[in-house]
Design a protein around this ligand. Structure first.
Ligand code: URA
Length: 191
């Protein structure tokens, strides 16, 4: 039987982890970031979202998915009767890459253990990976998003049994109506 999750214990563990990363200098992204964007939401969420890494707005505000892609994520959540405080939102890398370039393999390697620690604390039932970087790290797959999106897979991630559900990154749906339709359908399945 699963041990019940204690929100206070989880919150404190996440706060301690976030505090330990405030001055992280393990990779070169520390040079241009405004701040580390640790993650936000319910510390015992059953549903966790994992994105790629902070962009311009996230770097300024210190919270994941607060720009245009975040606005779309909020709408997709609302469509299935959820709001941000009910879920947890994190990223593969916690500092903004210059000019929003893709994260480098070494940056992912250095930073993803922090994501794994977040997963160990939160112990979500479902991890919805947003886009290819999160899907590669969480589902350990190199398959293209078009092949894996919208398909649930039972996996053990960071020692936690979870259902991994990859979807397109919301940014990929901002200017492509077809992608938005696919994302909306996948969120209905997520529900
Ligand atoms: N895109 C991401 O992958 N993560 C964010 O936090 C914002 C945009």
């Amino acid at each position: 039987m699963a041990i019940p999750k204690d929100p206070r214990v989880a919150e404190e563990a996440l706060q301690a982890q976030a505090a330990s990363l405030v001055d992280c200098r393990k990779c070169a992204l520390c040079q241009e970031r405004t701040q580390v964007v640790f993650g936000a939401g319910n510390p015992v969420a059953d549903l966790m979202f994992v994105g790629e890494g902070p962009g311009f707005n996230e770097d300024k505000q210190g919270e994941p998915f607060v720009g245009q892609a975040g606005k779309l994520l909020n709408e997709l959540l609302a469509d299935i009767g959820l709001s941000r405080p009910q879920v947890y939102i994190g990223n593969v890398i916690k500092c903004r890459p210059p000019r929003n370039r893709d994260p480098l393999p070494e940056e992912i390697e250095i930073c993803s253990p922090h994501l794994m620690e977040q997963i160990r604390v939160i112990r979500p039932m479902v991890i919805c990976t947003l886009g290819r970087f999160a899907t590669r790290v969480i589902a350990s797959t190199q398959a293209p998003m078009s092949a894996v999106r919208g398909k649930a897979k039972e996996l053990e991630v960071a020692g936690v049994p979870v259902i991994v559900f990859p979807v397109f990154h919301p940014a990929a749906a901002l200017y492509t109506t077809a992608n938005r339709g696919v994302l909306e359908q996948d969120f209905q399945k997520l529900k």
